[in-house]
Design a protein around this ligand. Sequence first.
Ligand code: MEZ
Length: 527
Amino acid sequence: MDLRAFQDIVHKTRDLRRTQTLPKFSPADRDTLIRKYHPDYRERAYRPIQFGPNAGDRTVRELACLLEGESPVPADLPLTPDQTADVLVVGGGGAGCAAALHAHGKGAKVILATKLRLADSNSVMAQGGMQVAIAPDDSPVQHFLDTLKGGHLKNDHQLLKVMVEEGPTIAKWLVDLGVLFDRDADGNLQVKKGGGSSKPRLLTCSDYTGLEIMRVLKDEVLNQKIPLLEFSAAVELLSDGQGACTGAVFQDLDNKRFVLVAAKAVILATGGIGRLHIQGFPTSNHYGATGDGLALAYRMGAPLVQIDTFQYHPSGAVYPEQLVGQLVTEGIRSEGGHLVNVKGERFVNELDTRDVVSSSIILECEEGRGVRTASGREGVWLDTPLIEVEQGEGALEKHFPAMVRQYERYGVNIRKDPVLIYPTLHYQNGGVKIDVNGETPVKNLFVAGETSGGLHGRNRLMGNSLLDLMVFGKRAGLTAADRAKSMQQGTLTLAHLDQFRAEARKHGVSNQITSPMILPAYTRTPT
Ligand code: MEZ
C-alpha cells in the first residue's frame, strides 16, 4: 500500500474518532510505559563518564565521548588577548541575546560571540510559544506545579520558582521591545493550552514564536551596537590557574585562526545537543546544536546535572525525506489534532506530557501499528485536516502559516492530508549546574538556557524553554555585569586544560574525538 491508501484510513475514521474515548493511564501505567519505551531507558545507549567532575555518572555514549574529547587548542598557544570585555557572551540565540542586552544595560563592556550568525539558534526555530502565567485564573504557583509534575518532581525548586515568578515581567519586557504576541479581538494577550499544562498559558506568535522574539532581540543587539564576533566558534575557556574563568579561545571558521578574548566573566549560552543525533535519532535542532558549551564547561571543572535525560518531541516529520526530524509543533495537537495509528485509532491523550506521548508512539510502531514509508521510516499520523473540520476552512493557515508552507514546499497539503510523525530529538533536559543567577560552581563562569540543567527535571513542558532563556539570560547578564564592576581582569592560562589532559592520560582515554564538534560532519565540505 502506498501512503495515500493509509491516509484514506485517517479520513474514513475521523467521525468515529471524534467520539472515541481515549485510554486512561494511571500514574503506574505511565511509569511502566516510559520505562519500557522511552529512549532514556535504553540501557545499551548509555555508559559511565570516565573522568572529570561527573566521573562515574551515566550518560548517552555520544555525550560521554564529547565530554572526554580532545581540545583543538595546542598547549603552547600564545595567550595574548586579541580583544577584552567585561562580559563575554558565547552564543547568539535567545539566552545569549538576553544576557548581552541586560549586561550592556548595566554598563558592562560586552562582546557577543557566536559560531554562525547572530540569531542562528534553536530559539529562532521555536514554534509553539512561551509559557507565562498571566491569565486571570492562572498563577505562577500553578505554573510551578504543572512544571514540577511534568518534570517527574526532579526539577530544581529554586530555579523553577524564579522562572515562573519572573515570567510576567519578562513578557512585559518583550512586549515593550516590540514582540507581537497574538492578541484576542479586544487586544488582550491571548494564551493557548500546551501539553501537560492545567491552564492555557502559552503566549504565541502563530507558529513562529521564536522567530518573532529573535527578530526583536537581534534588532536590539544591533541597535545597542553590542560588538559581535560572528563565525567564531568557542573551542576552549581560559582560566586564571586558580579555578576562575577569565575568557575564551575562539576559532575563526573562515581562516581557522585562534582568537583570544579576555573577560572578567563569561556566559555560555550555546544551546542544545540535537546534532549529536543521540541514539541515531533525527533532530529538530539547528546545525550548530552540538553541545559545545557542555564540553567547554566540563573541561573547566563545572559539574553537569541530569545528563541522562533528553527530550524526544513526539511530532517530528517522517515524510517527506527533506523534512525528516523537523518539528511539527505541539500546537497542532493543542488545537485538537489527533494522533492516529495504522488502524485509524487514537491511542494516547495527545496533550499528555511529551515523554508519555513519545513513548506511546514508539509502542505503536514497535507493535506493528505504525505506518512505513518507501524509504523504510516509520511513524503514526497526525490528523491535521481535522482542525479545519472542527474550526472551519482557513484554521490551519490562521494558526500554523509556517507549517502549511513548510509542507507545501514539498507538495504536501496539510489542510487536505494528515502528516506522518515520529519522535525527534528536541532538547537536552539536563546540563551545567547553575544557581539562580546562572553562575556555575566555577567562579565567573555563567551558563544560561539549554546548556544549563536542573530547571526542567526529567521532562520539559512545552513553552518553558523560551521562558527559561529569557529569565536566566537576564539574570546571568545582570549578575555578570555586577561582578565585572568589582574586579580586575584575571590572568590567562590553560591550566585547567593541562589538568584535563593529564586526567585523560591517567584514565587511559585515547582516540578521543575533537571536542567541541562545532558542526556535524555532514555539513562540512569535503577537502
Ligand atoms: O517548547 C517547545 O519545545 C515547543 C513549544 C515546541 C513546539 O511543539 O512547538
